[in-house]
Design a protein around this ligand. Sequence first.
Ligand SMILES: [Zn+2]
Length: 297
Amino acid sequence: MTHPPSKVVKSQIVNGLSVDVEDWFQVGAFEGVIDRDSWESLSDRVERNCDAILLMFADAGVKATFFTLGWVAQRHPALLRRIVAEGHELASHGWDHARVFTMDKASFAADIERARKVLEDASGTRVTGYRAPSFSIDARTPWAYSVLAEQGYAYSSSVAPITHDHYGWRDAPRFAFRPLPWADLIEIPVTTAQFAGKRLAAGGGGFFRVLPYAFSRWAIRQVNTQDQRPAVFYFHPWEIDPAQPRVPGAPLRSKLRHYTNLDVMAEKLEQLVREFAWGRMDVLALREARLATELAA
Ligand SMILES: [Zn+2]
């Protein structure tokens, strides 16, 4: 598939670009059929896929944020150092992809503390950003932000303000907000587009891969021009890997979602990173925090 070059000038707004660093066997859609205990025995593809992403970002001259699992960090310390050396931000995606609403406050605190220590030790940088696995901070986990603030995080990008069968916090704000009155912590939800009174998921993942590129282009432009706000986009290393092993016994719906368009994903991403302006999430968080302070004044 080829995409004609866009005739529209790049928007001045710098959007947030992020990669959720996990392997093909760690995704939420397969957790019912792949036991955590078997992860060690499965073929490891995350490092080579991340290297391809690093190359793509270097070619396009963009910096991004890599929200990385502690489990992956422990096994691939050299990858973490390459991410940091190339000017990207290393941030946390929790330890082993347990969703926040499956934990209580104490186990969540232990999960993110363990992940952060491994990420920081392996990379030699400080981690100040967090993304919950499967956008699993929602109305059920009011304590999550307190834990993040207590542990000194500057920002979280853990909310999908939509209704979805696996995740979503429908009533959350569409753009950055301060979830706690006593802390500077800022939440930057993944992007949605407003259409005919409805919120549509438009920040990446399966939606970007399965739907035509034109939809994402329209949605991000809409957010940049109509809403005048930055978009937040995410994808996964396994999404550019058509040769990954197939998971037998997974539900049909999960299989359809996981395997559709893997072969054209890299090409779509290349167009996306060139067509809009992109940057790291920590830089975006600083700008959004300033804006939140101005709006509150
Ligand atoms: Zn994830």
